[in-house]
Design a binder for this molecule. Sequence first.
Ligand code: 5AD
Ligand code: SF4
Length: 440
Amino acid sequence: MSAPKKLFIKTYGCQMNVYDSERMAEALGGEGYVETKSADDADMILLNTCHIREKAAEKVYSELGRFKGLKAEKPDLKIGVAGCVAQAEGEEIMRRQPLVDLVVGPQSYHRLPEMEAKARQGEKVMDTDFPEEDKFEKLKNRPKAKRGPAAFLTVQEGCDKFCAFCVVPYTRGAEVSRPADRILREAQDLVERGVREITLLGQNVNAYHGAGPNGDLTLAQLIWELDKIDGLERIRFTTSHPNDMQDDLIEAHGTCAKLMPYLHLPVQAGSDKILKRMNRSHTAESYIRLIERIRAARPDILISGDFIVGFPEETEEDFQATMDLVEEVKYGTAYSFKYSTRPGTPAAERPQVDPAAADDRLQRLQALLTKQQREVQDSMVGREVGVLFEKAGRLPGQMVGKSDYLHAVHVADCTREVGDLARVRIVSSGANSLAGELIG
Ligand code: 5AD
Ligand code: SF4
């Protein structure tokens, strides 16, 4: 038997890409590839890229440049670019970087084995179609190997919202939901392989409306179906849009014990003028009222968000409205970004904000969000939480896991194993994690 070929995948960007990278590794696993952690001994390198902000895309070109020496040493090395940069700029990548053998868009991963074979023959191959077939169905089943206790599962892809700053509707295409039976089968399979927590992924996950036996299911209905799977202990989902936060999903946060008290609900900005120009179709007020309803259903829920500062025509007053909204909501965690011009999106044409002003706003917003994050984290001290252990810690006898609220929790002298879900009392709060002790 010939030695297995080695595959190195580097993943950028969102969790959807993490999931896609796993599936690409599995697809190429069928062709005799095993994964390696180092580009140096790889026979094939795949960069699974992100196009959401300019910096993310630029990173890809600089990373590719670094492989030049490697390719010179190893002429058989194949280099591929996958993901959203591949989708958006496939031809340009091929032109700009002759090292690249293969370009594959996010909807074409099931075609990777054929593409790899062609690349081995010395062809340059590119596939950035939006094919009709379901790539997940065409991808080989995940191998039955045991795996870590927390997994991602994509249920929905693409987006029809067309926020004025965002490339996703162009790179990932129109919103599509996977049929419920396929998701349930995949979830069952994951559980049989040791998974106890599943995070349902979608660019607009709460717009999920996949086919079920008696018509389309909502995300809440899908969650209730997953709730029936023995051995699956925790369910999460991300990312949601405020306008798709339906009543049954809000209610599920109060009634479904497996649904974790954590919600990532991006608002992007707090000024109605800016929200309108972002094409968000909600106001600051409607968002705040929505958060109130969610908290009424599940008072301890941890709210997470995304923010953009320096969106075209944002004034200091508009920015203050974002700060006010943050003060009112109190986020447990958040991601904030400086607006990045994406060619082809409507906002790219609008008058841009002075970059220094945008930098300054980002700093002020991040200082406030960090303070809130720390307050929420500190408020966990003394509380009992569930912790799913994911790995051994750096200290002997220590284990690390995630709390119900997604905080990292360290437990010293821990008698539990990876995959165990335990009750833990939080005893202290550090810079980025909590420390706790087992109860009972
Ligand atoms: N510039 C800055 N941030 C952006 N995001 C999306 N597009 C842009 C852009 N052009 C942010 C949004 C989104 C998150 C995934 O990335 O906050 O919710
Ligand atoms: Fe982009 Fe808006 Fe769709 Fe989110 S909802 S993926 S920000 S267009």
